[in-house]
Structure formats: structure tokens, C-alpha cells
Design a binder for this molecule. Structure first.
Ligand SMILES: NC(=O)c1ccc[n+]([C@@H]2O[C@H](COP(=O)([O-])OP(=O)(O)OC[C@H]3O[C@@H](n4cnc5c(N)ncnc54)[C@H](O)[C@@H]3O)[C@@H](O)[C@H]2O)c1
Length: 258
């Protein structure tokens, strides 16, 4: 019996990075997976990999900025697996960056559309779909250490991740007070070695030097691995965390303890 046996888990941004690691971890522990992402090729490949190793997974195109896209994904989830228990509401972008004095309104909106609007739409449609399923549910929203502390050059990113933190608490209170058995928590990764981290750095300066600086700025002295976050997702998705809602799970090598 796996830790999330027979639960149906949707993972947005599931084709890469933290989402892909979480899809693998959830599938290994018995969940049926719906991988939602803009990018079909890696999403289909991951679904194939999970299926080949004895699990159940499908890919569904998802643009988290679009309400219609969320509706299509939740309908497909119900058609394919008959219910939904878990949403790892994880898709996000790090670019464009910019300080508050120079960031354009267009760039601000581009980041907010994915990292804030997209998370809101995911919570909204997950609550509705989990309720239709008639089973307990867990929604896990990806915030960041940058939803807890600021960063001078990441204006829209930190604002969006801060919004995710409090959207999570508000949704958790709403569900609890409405008598829904749906828990909503946020997860706050530190610097984790994924395409996002590497891509952001390549955009700004010499990657190797900057990666070393980032590792050194983390008390544990190294970057995290995607599985460090996936284990947290697994815990929040499972009934092991059944008394936890509206909470923040920080996995950051000590970064925000400073
Ligand atoms: N990597 C880190 O250091 C780090 C730290 C803190 C928080 N996070 C957060 O974790 C989440 C995952 O980050 P990651 O490092 O795995 O990034 P990643 O770039 O490796 O993967 C992100 C995935 O999201 C998908 N995506 C982007 N826009 C989308 C959209 N509009 N609709 C659907 N899918 C979309 C991408 O195609 C990609 O597969 C993000 O929310 C990110 O902000 C990452």
C-alpha cells in the first residue's frame, strides 16, 4: 500500500523540474497522475515513463493562465480517472526579472499571470472538482522562499509568491469553515537545481559563478535537489498531513532561518 495509494493527483508544470520529480514520487506511492503543462513533448514522455514502470499517468495540455484550460483539465481528469484528490499547483516562471524602479507593467503582468492568476485558477477549479469527487482532497501551492523574504531584482516574482502564500491561507480557511474536507497548504522551496534556476542565471550573468554564490548564500552550503521538494509534496498530498491546512512547508537549506 503506497502513501497516496489510489489518489488522483494533478500536477501543473508537471513536465519538468519540481513538478516532474513530484509526479514520479506520487506515482511510485500509488497515485494516478495527470501531468498538466504547456509543453507536450516532455509531458507525454514522462507519462510514458510512469506507465512503463507500472504506474498510471496521462498528459493534458494546460495553460494555467486560462480558465478554459483548467476546465478542460479537470474534466479530462474526471473522465479518465473518475475523481480528483490532489492538486500540486506548481507551474511558474521566473522571468522577466527587474527591480521595482525599472520593471515594465507588461513584464509585471506576464509573471503575475502565471504565478498568481494561474495559482488562483488552479485552486478554484481544484476545490470544485474535488468536491464533485466526494473524497478528501489536498491542494499544494508552490510559493517560494521569495514568498517569505524579498529579493531586490525579482519584483513581480516575489509579489506573486507572496500572494500565493496568503491565497493559500484564505482558501484553507474557506474550505475548513465550509465543512469541505480539502486541505490547502503552501510549499516554499529554496534554491533548487532545475531548468528554472539555471535559465534565470544564464539570462543575467555567468552561471557557474552565480550558482556558487547562491549555494554559499544557503546555510547548508549547497543547492537543493528536486526530490527534496517532492518528498514534501508527497507528505502534504498524503493523509499523513491530515491535520495540516493553511500552513507553510519551507524546504530551503536554512535560507530563511538567517
Ligand atoms: N527551482 C527553484 O529554485 C525554485 C525555488 C522556489 C520556487 N520555485 C517554484 O517552483 C515551481 C516549479 O519550478 P521549477 O524550478 O520546477 O521550474 P521549471 O522551469 O523547471 O518547470 C516549470 C514547468 O512549468 C511549466 N509552465 C510554465 N508556464 C506554464 C503555464 N502558463 N501553464 C502550464 N505550465 C507552465 C513549464 O513548461 C515547465 O515544465 C515554480 O512555481 C517556481 O516558481 C522554484
Amino acid at each position: 500500500m503506497g502513501r497516496v495509494q489510489d489518489k488522483v493527483a494533478v500536477v501543473s508544470g508537471g513536465a519538468a523540474g519540481l513538478g516532474a520529480a513530484s509526479c514520479r514520487a506520487l506515482a511510485r506511492e500509488g497515485a494516478k497522475i495527470v501531468i498538466g503543462d504547456l509543453r507536450a513533448e516532455p509531458g507525454e514522455a514522462l507519462a510514458g515513463e510512469i506507465t512503463a514502470s507500472g504506474g498510471q499517468a496521462i498528459f493534458q495540455h494546460l495553460d494555467v493562465r486560462s480558465e478554459e484550460s483548467w476546465q478542460a483539465l479537470t474534466e479530462r481528469t474526471l473522465t479518465q480517472f473518475g475523481k480528483m484528490n490532489v492538486l500540486f499547483n506548481n507551474a511558474g516562471v521566473a522571468l522577466p526579472t527587474g527591480d521595482v524602479e525599472h520593471l515594465s507593467l507588461e513584464d509585471w503582468h506576464a509573471v503575475m499571470a502565471v504565478n498568481s492568476d494561474g495559482v488562483f485558477l488552479g485552486v478554484k477549479h481544484a476545490v470544485r472538482t474535488i468536491r464533485r469527487s466526494g473524497e478528501p482532497g489536498s491542494i499544494i501551492n508552490t510559493s517560494s522562499i521569495m514568498g517569505l523574504v524579498g529579493m531586490a531584482t525579482a519584483t513581480a516574482y516575489t509579489a506573486a509568491k507572496g500572494a500565493v502564500r496568503l491565497l493559500t491561507k484564505t482558501a484553507a480557511l474557506y474550505c475548513a469553515k465550509s465543512g469541505y474536507d480539502i486541505r490547502v497548504n503552501s510549499i516554499h522551496p529554496g534554491f533548487i537545481s532545475t531548468d528554472m534556476l539555471h535559465g534565470t542565471l544564464a539570462h543575467t550573468e555567468t552561471t557557474e559563478r552565480r550558482l556558487k554564490e547562491i549555494a554559499e548564500s544557503t546555510p547548508m552550503g549547497r543547492l537543493g535537489e528536486p526530490m527534496d521538494i517532492a518528498y514534501g509534496v508527497l507528505y502534504l498530498a498524503s493523509d499523513e498531513s491530515k491535520y495540516m491546512t493553511g500552513a507553510e512547508l519551507v524546504i530551503d537549506g536554512g535560507y530563511t532561518a538567517q
